[in-house]
Design a protein around this ligand. Structure first.
Ligand code: ZN
Length: 246
């Protein structure tokens, strides 16, 4: 159910009938052990798993995202972290929503994989929702669907630092070990953190709030099994949301 693999006739026949998933990612550093496209691989893979459980159309993933913040992604100084201005991301998503709507799409699920994106995802959808009166859009971040019980289990040894700090760490590394093990540099997995984590933002970011490696927490506690559990739970939750909301 990947839109990019369909012919126009196949697309025409399914786009009006099915939930349309748009994964939203980023090109962002994820430590010395993970590729720049972690936030693309995870929501894209989750969307493909959802498509095995129900009829959906998965649009090509947005491969760039909003700017990285030092305390949730390491910030903009890492080579490869290539980000969009908020206004660019809003317009990009708006164009995709408007075009897909023009082709008959009405039910949308925006599946976000990059922490800093969500305000702009919601803004694009908010503007879109004012333009049309017969479409519905759900926006979500995959980590928000992980239950407290599974958080307790996965972080039993390391402790849970909060989702903002969970960057290139246990959950993302685990999910990459599950979805794309060939992209994980197993010998480079480390634990790291910044010297301090202020409860406010500083521009330009001082060095001591940026972890040198780009890893914000304890990636060595990751495992493929944890990734599998996370993926299953998030996919089940998305399927449930889809049935409840559409
Ligand atoms: Zn990430």
């Amino acid at each position: 159910m990947l839109a990019e693999h369909m012919t126009w006739e196949e697309y025409r026949d399914v786009i009006t009938k099915n939930l349309i998933i748009l994964p939203v990612g980023s090109l962002e550093q994820h430590g010395p052990h993970l590729p720049l496209n972690v936030d693309v691989v995870i929501p894209t893979s989750l969307a493909k798993m959802v498509s095995e459980k129900m009829d959906v159309v998965v649009l090509p993933t947005i491969a760039y995202g909003y700017k990285s913040h030092p305390t949730s992604g390491g910030g903009q100084l890492f080579p490869g972290t290539t980000s969009l201005n908020g206004i660019t991301l809003i317009h990009l998503m708006l164009d995709i929503l408007r075009e897909t709507y023009r082709h008959g799409g009405r039910d949308f699920l925006m599946l976000n994989g990059h922490y800093e994106n969500i305000a702009f995802v919601n803004e694009a959808v908010e503007i879109f929702a004012h333009e049309v009166d017969d479409a519905k859009v759900v926006t979500l971040c995959w980590w928000d669907l992980v239950t407290d019980e599974l958080v307790d289990e996965i972080f039993a040894e390391a402790g849970f630092p909060g989702w903002d700090t969970e960057h290139a760490a246990i959950t993302e590394t685990s999910l990459m070990q599950y979805f794309a093990p060939e992209l994980v540099r197993e010998d480079k997995i480390i634990d790291d953190q910044s010297e301090r984590k202020p409860a406010y933002s500083i521009f330009p970011a001082p060095e001591d709030i940026i972890p040198k490696s780009g890893v914000l927490y304890k990636a060595t506690y990751a495992s493929r099994e944890k990734g599998q559990k996370l993926a299953k739970q998030v996919v089940d939750a998305i399927v449930q949301i889809a049935h409840q909301e559409f």
